[in-house]
Design a protein around this ligand. Structure first.
Ligand SMILES: [Zn+2]
Length: 482
């Protein structure tokens, strides 16, 4: 009884204090349903206060409103608040003459609720690193950029703008250069990089303190690359490779020149075995190797034969130079025979079927689109929403898909203490939705408001960002048509 009376007295004493001197926040989002992505739960009628780039209070609306005041109030009634979205696999590139076209993509990400992107390397590394700094300093409007800088490759690869390495000394030098560029992680691909050197580059990058993202060389098993210390595997097809019973034999046959790449893939596909896959995926889980599916591009390329993209609304935001980089994949698809086309469709379905197995094994799936140049019709910003819809279409729950786009990225970069949930102390990167994303994942694109580093972009501001992006493209198209 005494305890109760003391508590009551404290409440009586506190109330007038709060009423007269509420703390100042910058933004107060009222009456929203806050989505706890980690636990797939929802708290209704919540208020969220932000100050600077941080969340300073979250809780029952009446209590928070009694304690906090803010000049800018956002009506969250009937709406759903999620952490900002992360696209963990995008590209900028296509040559020095496309710098402006690439730069023009940055605001689009914000307009679609994407507050962080992981740039997985292209041929404009210096520009991207400059944008990274300008965005961080608040001088350029765009999502937070995390970049690999130039990727590590072999000598004379098809990809431009890479650090070409043909020896261990070259790799050491490349990593030293990446240290001076202060890149956020290291990207390694194997177009011409020798398999032993690939493993060396993974080990040395990890030893230098970097996380490493990469493709898996056909001459190696996924397990070998995991043992070397890779941190994320890009593209679901490599997770599928890890599920082939004869993966080691196929890798050896490819390495010795007995079979070519196409034959190796055919054997890997034919040899997929669920028990083998689950054992491989348990290893990915235990070593904390994340997988970025990039299903959107896989699906787009598989169905280029039958889907007409010429009237896609999003093309209004894609400059003529970037659009031209789409052409090589379109031309390649046009040459395919009916058998090749149906095989491509089948391969897509087989690859996509790997996704729920990874989830079941406890592997962290990181949402990433591969959007950017070259990847035909895999649009920046809107692409992430398509990617998430594909996750659900292929067996994930909406909450799992949402976690892949809000929590997996921060977890990979080791910054879950700062990102990935709507909690006090976290970054004020938020997206307020008009529909419930735990019920229907398509709700992620029903965006009412984006909070980017504490700054409010309401629907009207987001529409203006989109409207302002169009005239530039119209002008570029007119110039290109001359
Ligand atoms: Zn890529």
């Amino acid at each position: 009884m005494i305890i109760a009376r003391v508590a009551l007295c404290a409440a009586v004493l506190l109330l007038p204090y709060h009423a007269s001197a509420r703390e100042k926040a910058d933004v107060l989002i009222r009456h929203a349903a806050v989505v706890d992505v980690e636990h797939a739960r929802m708290s209704f009628d919540q208020a969220v206060a932000t100050k600077g780039d941080r969340i300073v209070a979250v809780g029952n609306d009446a209590e928070i409103a009694a304690a906090w005041d803010a000049a800018r109030q956002v009506d969250g009634k009937g709406r759903f608040l999620i952490p900002g979205l992360w696209d963990m696999h995008v590209h900028f590139g296509g040559g020095a003459e496309l710098v402006e076209e690439n730069k023009a993509l940055l605001p689009l990400y914000v307009a679609y609720g994407v507050t962080t992107v992981r740039d997985c390397s292209g041929d404009l590394a210096n520009d991207v690193l400059n944008w990274r700094r300008a965005i961080a300093e608040g001088k350029l409007f765009g999502p937070r950029l995390l970049s690999s800088g130039p990727k590590i490759e072999g000598i004379k690869p098809v990809w431009k703008g890479t650090l070409e390495t043909g020896s261990e000394a070259d790799v050491d030098q490349a990593i030293a250069k990446l240290v001076t560029l202060k890149v956020d992680f290291v990207k390694i691909t194997d177009n011409t990089l020798k398999p032993e050197l690939f493993l060396y580059a993974v080990r040395k990058s990890r030893a230098a303190g970097f996380r490493v993202s990469g493709h898996i060389p056909m001459a190696l098993t996924v397990g070998q690359v995991v043992d070397a210390g890779i941190s994320s595997i890009e593209h679901l097809s490599y997770a599928q490779k890890a599920g082939a019973k004869d993966e080691a034999r196929i890798a050896a046959d490819f390495a010795s020149g007995h079979i070519d790449r196409a034959a190796a893939w055919a054997q890997l596909n034919a040899g997929f075995d669920q028990a083998t896959a689950m054992a491989s995926y348990a290893k990915l889980r235990d070593r904390e190797v994340f997988v970025t599916p990039t299903l959107n591009i896989e699906r787009l390329l598989a169905f280029l034969d039958s889907e007409d993209h010429s009237k896609d609304g999003f093309l209004a935001y894609i400059g003529p130079g970037l659009r031209k980089t789409y052409q090589w994949r379109i031309d390649r698809a046009a040459k395919a025979t009916p058998d090749e086309i149906s095989e491509r469709h089948r391969e897509y379905r087989q690859t996509a079927a790997v996704l729920p197995l990874l989830e079941e094994a406890g592997v962290t799936i990181m949402a990433g689109t591969d959007a950017g140049y070259l990847n035909s019709f895999d649009y920046p910003a809107i692409g992430l929403h398509q990617e998430l819809a594909l996750y659900v279409e292929n067996g994930l729950t909406p909450a799992e898909a949402l976690a892949a786009a809000t929590r997996a990225g921060p977890k990979w970069f080791g910054v879950l203490d700062r990102y990935g949930s709507v909690e006090v102390g976290k970054q004020a990167d938020l997206v307020l939705l008009d529909a419930n994303p735990l019920v229907d994942i398509h709700a992620t694109s029903a965006i009412n408001t984006v909070v980017l580093r504490g700054s409010i972009e309401d629907r009207r501001a987001l529409d203006k960002v989109l409207a302002d992006a169009k005239p530039k493209v119209v002008r570029w198209n007119a110039e290109a048509a001359k």
